[in-house]
Design a protein around this ligand. Sequence first.
Ligand SMILES: [Zn+2]
Length: 239
Amino acid sequence: MRITRYLMVILLWSLLQCGPCLCESGQKPLFQYSAYAVLAEGTYDGDLTFEELAKHGDFGLGTFNGIDGEMIGLDGKFYQVKFDGKVLPVEDSMKTPFAMVTFFSPEKQTQVRDISDIKALEGTLDGLIPTKKHFFAIRVDGTFTKIKARSVPAQTRPYPSLEKVVSGQSVFSRETADGTIVGFRCPAFANGVNAPGYHFHFLSSDRKWGGHVLECSLENAKVALQDASSVYLVLISDK
Ligand SMILES: [Zn+2]
């Protein structure tokens, strides 16, 4: 894990040295703020505003300082799913302790049908991605026949671990919903920097509910994939 972190920091250093050349070379980098292992141990206050985050991408997921709900970035806007399920627009001045964003530009788009559960969705996506050695940004637009999503309650200091926060989650379920999954797939070698495998957040078409996806099934949907072959990692200051 240390080696991975080291490599990521080198990537960041390279990017800072050569300015926007990664974007100019068409590499469509994924921007990540903080590391999953750091969030998981209870580091819930970051210095990065959403105004700043928006310079690195307008599609993605994450959370807010104090772990105040689930974040979804979609079609150029950021949304906050509060613990009570309300979806609010995100102010530029709000800050995040963990976020992943990109300017979504998929190389691959396809239609999928009759996905029975989240494992089946992950299996379908596994068959579509060309390599498990890269990060992928994933967008799924469609009609869901079941979707179960959660949000978490805002915390005050001293902060508990993420595991404890999640044990107090609120869960929202719908039998039918039109909407969008915003997600990422992280490679196994990213363990600690991120969580290997898939991470999905959902936002309904009417932008009225959503959250971190726990379960889903769908009738038909359009899947779009972006291969993020470079990662721009900014580590949170320890305080
Ligand atoms: Zn999540």
